[in-house]
Design a protein around this ligand. Structure first.
Ligand SMILES: Cc1cc2nc3c(=O)[nH]c(=O)nc-3n(C[C@H](O)[C@H](O)[C@H](O)COP(=O)(O)OP(=O)(O)OC[C@H]3O[C@@H](n4cnc5c(N)ncnc54)[C@H](O)[C@@H]3O)c2cc1C
Length: 422
């Protein structure tokens, strides 16, 4: 038992999702909140801050604006604080550089007294004595909370054959100089990160240096859905519709929607094509291999380099190729919550597949009087919009309305022209 009163809300992890929640919670009088992050400061994908990479959503998808455009913590407030409103106005950029989004988030993080860095949450259990969640926070010890919001994000995913052999794109920048100088380089994976890394290496490496190879299991180097009506699948309206579907239907839909989240922006594809075309001027073909529908099924390291076993997913045949370095841009997976929420055991409701049951307010079904919420761990219940930055302010406001038991942030009834469902 501790003498300190439980917090009203504690956030675990400070990525954009919980930073948005902290920013929207800040002006709410009387709400006692704290957020814990294991890193020493706010950082957003530092290994992929490639020059010329842009945010895939408009700047209005900042931490607060789509819920409260008058917030002191909006992207426009950040520009005002840095006396950059006029340059932004004349630049006419709806899509800002990724580095600028990271800098904006870091600026917000320095303005919030509720954030605690260098503090890792090890476990969350229920304290029947205190009638609250009890978090074991390293190094501070026990922290009590009536409501907990887990926002620990995702972790890099490497296919089994490439583990221990390849560098993941999350660590690209520290490895960039070495990869630029290496003769034969293979990039695996054709999402946005794979395309950005391939383009960056293509531009940085001299011609005649050796082969730059780009392999992907996907049937094509496919463009990301970016039509205006297509993007309505990233609205609260669609999220609500998806949440109401039966579990087997949701499970079938997510992989079928891969072009909404796993593909490449049309601009990056065009930049790659233009760069390849430029290299044909004067005759000859650039020393690159772009091979879709090719899966890496094995990898061994020998004296001549790394030998990759490749299988064509449509033809079915196999071959091998030897390369000097492999960069794996094979995406991210939701972090395993096992260690963190293990002590809550059977308190938490799970579906047929053992996944957490998450309600429309992002609350996990629990037998306790406190509420546990998740952010960006609910793709199975809320759809492919779970990691999308354009939905984070709305999700955070939904959670705050639920925690406060009243509408502290009014949210729009309707957000799409499309009617989802009958
Ligand atoms: C390179 C890249 C670019 C992207 N660009 C876009 C984009 O343009 N548009 C878009 O919509 N989406 C984009 N995304 C997807 C998504 O928006 C991001 O992944 C986003 O960072 C998700 O935010 P998050 O807060 O859920 O998780 P994260 O950013 O992963 O943050 C989670 C945090 O929790 C911390 N943590 C983990 N465990 C603990 C613990 N036990 N205790 C304390 N702290 C802990 C971690 O250290 C981390 O800082 C991008 C993803 C990547 C990889």
């Amino acid at each position: 038992m501790t003498n300190a009163a439980p917090h009203d809300l504690v956030g675990v992890g400070i990525g954009p999702a919980n930073l948005s929640l902290a920013a929207l919670a800040d002006p709410l009088d009387g709400l006692h909140v704290a957020f814990f992050e294991q890193e020493s400061a706010f950082r957003w994908h530092p290994g992929l801050m490639i020059d010329g990479a842009f945010l895939q959503v408009p700047f209005l998808a900042d931490l607060v604006s789509l819920v409260d455009p008058t917030s002191q913590l909006s992207f426009l407030s950040y520009l005002r604080a840095h006396e950059r409103l006029y340059p932004f106005y004349f630049a006419e950029k709806f899509h800002i550089p990724r580095t600028e989004y990271a800098d904006y988030c870091a600026w917000v993080s320095r303005r919030l007294a509720s954030l605690r860095f260098d503090q890792q949450v090890r476990t969350i259990r229920w304290s029947t004595v205190d009638d609250a969640f009890e978090l074991d926070v390293n190094p501070v010890g026990r922290v009590l909370a009536r409501n907990v919001v887990i926002g620990i994000g995702t972790e890099p995913k490497t296919p089994a054959p490439l583990r221990g052999v390849a560098v993941h794109s999350a660590d690209y920048l520290p490895e960039r100089d070495r990869l630029v100088a290496t003769n034969d380089v293979t990039v695996v994976g054709s999402g946005q990160s794979g395309a950005e890394v391939f383009l960056d290496l293509l531009r940085a490496r001299g011609s005649g240096q050796g082969t730059l190879r780009w392999l992907t299991r996907t049937p094509a180097f496919a463009p990301m859905e970016y039509s205006k009506l297509g993007l309505e699948q990233f609205t609260p309206d669609y999220t609500r519709f998806f949440h109401g579907l039966d579990e087997p239907v949701r499970d079938r839909l997510v992989p079928a929607q891969w072009q909404l989240y796993k593909a490449i922006s049309a601009e990056t594809i065009a930049e790659i094509y233009d760069e390849l075309y430029r290299r044909t001027v004067g005759g000859g073909w650039p020393d690159v291999v772009l091979a879709p529908a090719v899966e890496v099924v094995g990898a061994t390291t020998g004296e001549r380099g790394i030998e990759l076993s490749l299988r064509h997913v449509q033809q079915g045949g196999q071959t091998t190729v030897t390369t000097d370095a492999v960069l794996c841009a094979t995406g991210y997976q939701e972090r395993d919550l096992g260690d963190l929420i293990g002590p809550l055991g059977t308190d938490l409701e799970r579906d047929e597949a053992g996944r957490l049951v998450v309600d429309a307010d992002y609350r996990v079904g629990t037998s306790r009087s406190g509420s546990l919420y998740v952010q960006n761990a609910e793709r199975h219940t809320h759809g492919v919009g779970a990691p999308d930055l354009g939905l984070i302010a709305w999700r955070a406001a939904t959670i705050l309305n639920s925690v406060c038991g009243k509408t502290v942030y009014p949210l729009p009834e309707r957000t799409a022209f499309t009617t989802f469902g009958l």
